[in-house]
Design a protein around this ligand. Sequence first.
Ligand code: FES
Ligand SMILES: [Fe+2]
Length: 376
Amino acid sequence: MTNPVQEIRDALTHLKSVSADQAQTMPPIYYTSPEFLALEEDHIFRKEWICIGHVGEIPNPGDYFATELVGEQLIVLRTQEGDVRILSNVCRHRGNMLVEGTGNRKNFICSYHAWVYNSEGALLNAPLMDRIEGFDKANCTLPSFTCEVWEGFIYVNLNGNAEPLAPKLENLMPIIKNYRMAERNFVYGEETVWATNWKCLAENFMEGYHLSPTHNKTLHPITPTSLCVKMPHDDYFTGYWAKYDPKYPERLPYPEGLTKEETRQSPMFCINPNHVIGLATNACVYMCLRPLGPDHVGIRWGVISTAEPDDQSAIDYVKLCHDFNEEDKTKLETLQKGLKSRYLKPGYLAPADFEGTIWDLYQFMARRLGSDVKID
Ligand code: FES
Ligand SMILES: [Fe+2]
């Protein structure tokens, strides 16, 4: 029996010697192996900046949402001072989760034995514990995680060792800055699960090859496959421009300052590894992906718009997102079943404008997890 982790890591290393115009797909176990997922969790999701939501989900002091990342339970909250903070959602008494879902509160009271924490994570009260010699509330603070807000998106770095995020994305900024993402309104958000590997969804979002066949009635009339153009990439992002069909009307309202060309295209980009964004002139759909086993992905997705939530253009765009998401979900769930085949061999990827982003995502993984890379 070959070791699947070694096989995948060797395949990633092999990619480094293949030219982009000969790009081939990874072996299917890349998307199905639980052992490889464990490696991804430890050496990608615990080390990199991982997007877990948008500031529009917690606009007011006290607002919070709970989420899980590679088994870590997190509370993402807005402090009374207005900052975004990420705390462990695990009570320091015996490990109960403090909150689920979303809400607004000043303090967090564990429902099991009523220990109380404030929004800094400090333990304020622990009933009857003063009878225990040596017990000190100051030693029971909730761990807090390194956090950065970039263009309105909330990122966490679980191990706390990553360099600041914004400087890493300097090459991306000229491509997206005129679209003014940070000034857009949060108009919709949802948490869902699809039965596919997290990388299948990242790759799907990032390739334009499927736009016309998979989204024939929804996206093809706006951004057909044939008009896709690959954008530059670096270690931290990749993407393409989904150009608008010349027959498609203007997508209004859009920010002042877009060039003529920018008014007729959506930058589609991935901030490696898990944050994918489709940035239309007037609306923007994003997904924050979290692996939940090798064949399930947790998706926190939403829409930010130049319009207000109850404006018709925002409502119409959210409806469009639901429609094309359903089309993608159907494809990715049958894809995941197909990837379990023992007879599927690697094949060629489409030209760079259509699937070059997948090659870039592979190369990112190869730089992190190839067998030539020392991981500890
Ligand atoms: S587990 Fe939270 S108070 Fe006991
Ligand atoms: Fe799609």
